[in-house]
Design a protein around this ligand. Structure first.
Ligand code: SAH
Length: 239
């Protein structure tokens, strides 16, 4: 049997709850996937866990589903925020997709001194995060924030959150992360041009910021994103 189609919806999910589909969703389920009435699909909305829902009406441009039973409770990721300097479009999309799959709770693009792209399309990035959650069986969709300036982010930082500052530092990630311990965290990845000296000085003066090395090779920003999330999840997260 083919695996169940998994779909993100906005509406509340609960036993007996009817969910009406939007045009594109109906097109996907009934036009593309050819589902018929009575088929069971899997729904999640980022709040109510995952539900089996049966197709009650299947139309070309509309349709309704009825929730039958919960199949998974809402599983929140660890309290980990992911700050990254956007790079080229495709690679930025990749970073957001991977951050969502890897269990970041919030994803925030930051503008650093050497960030190449001054603007990002947050809606497009949010759609990538949503697709990643849909694909990886997640019940939670990380919010993608508007791009913020790094200096401003640091000025307003809540100091109870530690920061894993990915720099070409000398100290290995394991030692630093284990030494600092669990709690709310954020990761910061720089742009292709790296961090400026001013940024480095500023970051290093913050008590909550921990410089972390990801090994002796300089990684591309998208590789560094996945490496940083892996090491954090392994040492302090939900793996
Ligand atoms: N051209 C820059 C490299 C930028 S790599 C330079 O030579 O400094 C993009 C980002 O990935 C960096 O800002 C950093 O956040 C992260 N990164 C890449 N390799 C890393 C490593 N070995 N250790 C820690 N962070 C790294």
């Amino acid at each position: 049997m083919a695996s169940k189609v998994r779909l993100y919806v906005e509406q509340a999910l609960g036993e007996g709850q009817t969910v009406s589909l939007e045009k594109e969703q109906a097109h996907y389920l009934f036009g593309v996937m050819r589902l018929t009435e009575g088929t069971v699909v899997s729904l999640f909305n980022g709040r109510d866990g995952e539900w089996d829902a049966e197709v009650a009406q299947a139309g070309k441009k509309a349709g309704t589903l009825v929730c039958v039973a919960q199949t998974k409770p809402l599983q929140m990721p660890p309290d980990l925020w992911f700050y990254f300097a956007p790079i080229k479009k495709d690679r930025t999309d990749f970073i957001v997709e991977k951050a969502a799959e890897m269990g970041a709770a919030r994803i925030i693009p930051v503008q650093t001194d050497f960030t190449n792209s001054g603007r990002v399309n947050v809606e497009r990035l949010q759609a990538h995060a949503l697709e990643a959650a849909e694909q990886c069986g997640g019940t939670y969709v990380p919010e993608v924030g508007e791009m913020e300036k790094l200096a401003k982010v640091l000025d307003h930082w809540d100091e109870s959150r530690q920061l894993m500052f990915c720099d070409e530092a000398l100290v290995g990630a394991q030692e630093v992360l284990m030494g600092a311990g669990k709690g709310p965290w954020a990761i910061l990845i720089g742009p292709e041009g790296g961090f400026s000296e001013a940024e480095r000085v500023r970051l290093k003066s913050k008590p909550y910021a921990h410089s972390v090395s990801l090994g002796p090779r300089i990684l591309r920003a998208d590789t560094a994103a996945v490496a940083a999330l892996t090491v954090w999840q392994q040492l302090l997260g939900d793996w």
